[in-house]
Design a protein around this ligand. Sequence first.
Ligand code: TA6
Length: 302
Amino acid sequence: MVDIADLNKRHGIAGKVTFREGAEGFAVMDVSNSHATASIALQGAHLMTWAPRNEQPVIWLSSAAKLATGKSIRGGVPVCWPWFGPHPSEASFPAHGFARTVPWEVAETKALDDDRTLAVLRLIQTPATRAQWQHPCDLECRITVGESLEIDLVTRNTGTAPFTIGAALHTYFAVNDIRHTAIRGLENCAYLDKVDGGKRKQQTGPVTFSGETDRIYLDSAADILIDDPQLKRRIRIAKRGSRSTVVWNPWIEKANKMGDLGENGYLNMVCVETANAADDVVTIKPGAEHHLWTEYSVEALG
Ligand code: TA6
C-alpha cells in the first residue's frame, strides 16, 4: 500500500516535488522547476516524462502505457538491471532484469542551488529480488531534472566477492517521424544486428530507419546525436561508464504485436540506450561501485 501523504511529508518540496497516485497503488513523483518538468514512477525508478521549458517532450511515453504493479511501463526510461536482454541461463527470469518492475524507495529529494531538482531512489531488496540476484549490493538511481536530464545508475558491491552486471537505461526518445530521423555518433562502430541473427556488422554513415531495427553497438563511448529535422532539434546523449549503445525501433508489425505502443506509436519514438550490454558487461569488485551515467540535452538543428 502506498502512502502518498507520508511521501509528500517526508520528500515533498513545495512547488518543486509532489507525489500522487498514478494508478491504484502506483506512486508517481512530479517534478517542476524553472528549467523543466518531469514525472517519475517509484516502481522501477522509472522516469516517464521530461520536458525542458519551451520545448516539446523529449522523452516518449506510449499513449497506451499501462501503470500496473509489476509491469514495465512502455516508454520513458526503463532501468534494465542486473542483466540486459534475456537472462543468460534462467529462461523464467524476466527480460532486462527485475529492477524496472519492483518497488523502489525515495532516498532523497533536493532543490539544487541552480534550481535543478535531484531525486535519489533506491531499489528495495526483497526475498523475490534475492531469489534472482543473491549478490549483496545497493542500487541507486540519481535523477537530476534541469534544462538537461542526468541519470546516474549506481551499483555498489557491499559483499566480499566480485559480481558482473549487465544494464541499460532503455530510454524512449520522442521524434516527429522515425522515417525522417538520423542518429549520428555511431559511424564505423561494430554492432550486433538482432534483426539478422545477431550478426556482427559495421555502421557506415548515420543510422536511419526503414524497418525493424534492433542493434547493440560496441565500442561506442562518444556522444550520440538524434537529429530530428522536422522538429528542428538535435537530442544529445552524453555518457560515462558505458561502451555499448542499443538502438531500437520495433516498426509496424512488432509494434502491433506488442499492443502497448499506441496507434502507430512506433513512428514517434526511438530507443537509444546507454548500456552495459554484450561484451560491455561490468565486473564490480567488493567495496567498489559502478556508475552508468548519461545526460540528455536539446540543441537547435539547422
Ligand atoms: O533494447 C531493445 C530490446 O531488447 C528489443 O529487443 C525489445 O525486446 C525491447 O528491448 C523492448 O523490450 P521489453 O521487454 O521492454 O518489451
